[in-house]
Design a protein. Structure first.
Length: 327
């Protein structure tokens, strides 16, 4: 009888994989031996499915924690609620696979392919991903706490409610990804692209976004208080209602950005480019802050008048807009 999670009703599985002696073992036997190996009784054998093909297989709930799955193929496979904790998935092909609610905690995802895969609610905490591809993947409510993600691609991915709390990301591409209400708090993003991404109501407070780009992104009502945004690009971004209190925006490019009704109390605007930006109704901003930024005649100041900002002009006092509730 096959172990829990093994179902042959949709498509046949490969007949097996080769054992150390060269004989072929059915997948059921491989999985059974793997469970014994996990029991640490000295029995069984760690599953090694390197370069094997299980495309289209139905393996919902399968237990493959700590298994070796290098260069294996799982295209369109059903791995719903699969246990892949600590598994080695380097160079694995999981395009269009179902990994909804799967557990990939501490898994190695280096160079793996997840294009168009369903990873809704998947656990990816403490995973290590280098040059993995998640283009067009469904990653809603997935959890990446304390993960290390380098040079990975997420263009067009659906990531609403995704959690990257305390994660470290380097040179990742989130172009046009949907990260609405995502939690990116206290994470570190270095040289990442969020161009055209949707980050409405995202929690980004206390995070470091070094040399990252948000050009034409939608950050409406995003929470960026105390975040480090030095040298980031927000050209033409929509940021109305965002909370930027005590954020570091030194040297940031906010040209032509929509900053209506934003909170700027205590924010560092030294050398920030506000040319062409709309700051109508911006709150808690002082004259000293605006004097440090770059403004010109195309800047719309908090009082609704065009710049450039002149000291003691009173233009830092906000004009009430529909974005603001009465005091």
């Amino acid at each position: 009888m096959p172990p829990p999670g093994l179902d042959r009703t949709r498509s046949p599985l490969p007949s097996g994989v080769e054992s150390a002696g060269g004989a072929r073992l059915p997948l059921e036997d491989i999985l059974a031996a793997h469970q014994l190996w996990l029991g640490k009784t000295g029995e069984g054998r760690r599953a090694d499915l390197t370069r094997r093909c299980y495309s289209g297989a139905v393996l919902a709930g399968v237990r493959l924690e700590k298994a070796v799955l290098r260069s294996s193929s799982w295209v369109e496979a059903d791995l719903f609620r699969a246990n892949l904790v600590g598994a080695d998935l380097t160079f694995a092909d999981l395009r269009a696979a179902t990994l909804e609610q799967a557990d990939l905690t501490s898994a190695n995802l280096g160079h793996a392919r997840f294009e168009r895969a369903n990873l809704k609610g998947a656990a990816l905490a403490e995973c290590h991903a280098v040059e993995a591809n998640f283009a067009g993947a469904q990653l809603e409510n997935s959890r990446w706490l304390d993960s290390v993600v380098q040079m990975c691609r997420f263009p067009g991915a659906r990531m609403a409610g995704t959690v990257f709390n305390q994660a470290r990301l380097f040179r990742c591409d989130f172009t046009e990804a949907v990260l609405e209400k995502a939690n990116l708090s206290y994470a570190r993003f270095q040289v990442c692209k969020f161009n055209g991404a949707v980050l409405r109501e995202a929690k980004m407070g206390g995070s470091h976004f070094e040399d990252s780009s948000f050009s034409q992104a939608d950050l409406t009502d995003a929470r960026l208080a105390r975040s480090h945004l030095s040298r980031c690009h927000f050209n033409r971004a929509r940021m109305d209602g965002a909370d930027l209190a005590e954020a570091c925006l030194a040297g940031a490019d906010l040209s032509q950005a929509d900053l209506r009704g934003v909170r700027l109390g205590g924010a560092d605007l030294h050398a920030a480019d506000l040319r062409g930006a709309n700051l109508t109704g911006a709150r808690e901003v002082s004259g000293d802050q605006l004097a440090m930024a770059r403004t010109d005649a195309t800047t719309i100041l908090p009082n609704g008048k065009n710049g450039p900002y002149m000291r003691r002009s009173g233009a830092e006092k906000p004009l009430r807009t529909p974005l603001q509730s009465p005091a």
